[in-house]
Every structure is written in C-alpha cells, then in structure tokens.
Design a protein around this ligand. Structure first.
Ligand SMILES: Nc1ncnc2c1ncn2[C@@H]1O[C@H](COP(=O)(O)OP(=O)(O)OP(=O)(O)O)[C@@H](O)[C@H]1O
Ligand SMILES: [Mg+2]
Length: 252
C-alpha cells in the first residue's frame, strides 16, 4: 500500500456535550480513492468536519504528510493542498457556472486563476458548454461536478468529498465516481469520500473504511468487500450490510 498522506490517530471529536468520534484511527493512502461507509449518524461527515475545524477535536492527532494539522484553519489546510466538498448543495444557484468556478480561486492571482479555470473547463466539457448558464439550471450530476471543479481550482493533493451521489440517478452517480477515480489514477490526487451508495461507490474506490459508533471497524480493499458477501455480512454491521446486500439483490 502507498504511503499514507493523511493519518487519523485515536481521534476523539464532537459537538458541545456530544462525542461522536470515539478513537477514530485510519491511514489514507496517497493517490488512491478511499471511501468511508457506515450508517446514518456513524460520524462519517464528522471525520471531515473535524479536519476542517467544524467539529471540536478533543484528543488524538491528524497528520498530513507526517505533520500535525489538527486545529489548522480551513485556509491553512487549503494552502497545504487539502480541499473539501461538503455534503449537500454548495453552489451559488443564481451565479453562472463560470462565476461559481471563479470563487474557488479568489485567493489566486488573476492570471493563475484564469489558467486553472481553463484547465478545469477542459477537463469537464459539459461545464465548458454551460459556462454562462446559471448553476441552478444544471442537472444534479453537473452541479456536483461543478463543486468538484471548483475545489480543483486550488489544485489539491487531497480531496475530501462528502456523499457526492446524493440525489443523483445511478448513471450520473457513476459518472461522478468515475471523475473522482480519474483524479486519483491520472492526476495522483488522494481522494477520500463518504458514500452511502456502497455498491457503485466502492466499485470506483481502491479502499474502504467502515465506521461504526465513531470508530473505524474495518479497513480493506474495496473489491474484497464487494466480492465477498460473507465479509460484508460479518464485518459490516446493520445498515451497511443491508445497503450492500439490498443493492446487490436489486442490481442497482
Ligand atoms: N453541528 C452539529 N452539532 C451537533 N450535533 C451534530 C452536528 N453535526 C453532526 N451532529 C451529530 O453528530 C452525529 C454524527 O453526524 P455525522 O454527520 O458525522 O454522521 P454521518 O455518518 O455523516 O451521517 P449521514 O450518513 O446521515 O450523513 C449525528 O448524531 C449528528 O446529529
Ligand atoms: Mg454525513
């Protein structure tokens, strides 16, 4: 397995009186797609929010390239090459595709921003064709692609994406997953995503980490989890196991 670029060690984190992560430990391999799976409320988004300072980290350590980054401001994380696409819709709906993209590069010199925007539009022709269109008029998949494209303006080495397939048809979801996989395979970007759409999410992933009760309970190659129903049912408790077998049975 490649060197870990991001390491979580015994992280305890939460919100006010609530503790959500109870000793979360995981190593995220460089240049791979790793997917966090687990039931609603297991703490998947809280892993990302802890890194970005939106949840309180109470103990443990988060390291990027071996250096502690727990408690760094989002801007400092971005400067170190970590970008975050949160769960849900995060575009300015009345602004155009191009204007939304531009907002991913407000801290850059104009010439650099223009060059990076051109590269992103080249990578995503569907966005290029719709560059003057209002973001709200894009399809769900195109909107997620635009959010990912906006994050790419920072040229991240590590991209965190929370539930990219929410609200998308299976076909659009596969397209978004393929985009993320392409960023890792062709661009060397380390992708860490959260996904409830276990079957197609893992199909595009190298590795998977299952969360239960705020801890990592399983870390394995994604194809091993997909290929072995027994591993799925033994290691993936309740909701995840049902999601996997339900989707496998439904062929989605
Ligand atoms: N800002 C917040 N303040 C208080 N509690 C929160 C906050 N954000 C999340 N929580 C709580 O933390 C727990 C874990 O939430 P989290 O969003 O990490 O779960 P998740 O695994 O991403 O779930 P889902 O699959 O539903 O997105 C939940 O019980 C949630 O209510
Ligand atoms: Mg979540």
């Amino acid at each position: 397995m490649p060197e870990p670029v991001l390491e979580f060690t015994d992280v305890v984190a939460g919100y006010g009186a609530l503790t959500i992560l109870n000793g979360f430990s995981a190593e995220i391999a460089a240049g791979r797609v790793t997917t966090l799976i687990g039931a609603n409320g297991a703490g998947k988004s809280t892993v990302f929010k802890t890194l970005f300072g939106l949840a309180e980290m109470r103990a443990g350590e988060i390291r990027l390239d071996g250096e502690p980054v727990g408690g760094l401001a989002p801007r400092a994380l971005l400067a170190r090459g970590v970008a975050y696409v949160p769960q849900g819709r995060n575009l300015f709906p009345t602004l155009s595709v191009e204007e939304n993209l531009e907002l991913g590069g407000v801290t850059l010199a104009a010439a650099v921003r223009r060059a990076r925007m051109a590269r992103v539009l080249e990578r995503f022709p569907r966005l290029a064709e719709r560059r003057a269109q209002q973001a709200s008029t894009l399809s769900g998949g195109e909107q997620k692609t635009l959010e990912i494209g906006r994050a790419l303006l920072g040229e991240p080495r590590v991209l965190l994406v929370d539930e990219p397939s929410i609200g998308l048809s299976p076909k659009l979801a596969r397209e978004v997953f393929a985009t993320l996989r392409g960023l890792a395979d062709a661009g060397g970007v380390t992708v860490l995503m959260v996904e409830q759409n276990v079957k197609s999410g893992l199909a595009a992933s190298h590795r998977a980490i299952a969360l239960e009760g705020g801890r990592a309970v399983l870390e394995a190659p994604a194809d091993a989890i997909l290929a072995h129903p027994r591993i799925r049912s033994v290691f993936l408790g309740g909701h995840v196991a049902q999601t996997v077998s339900g989707r496998a049975a439904g062929g989605a």
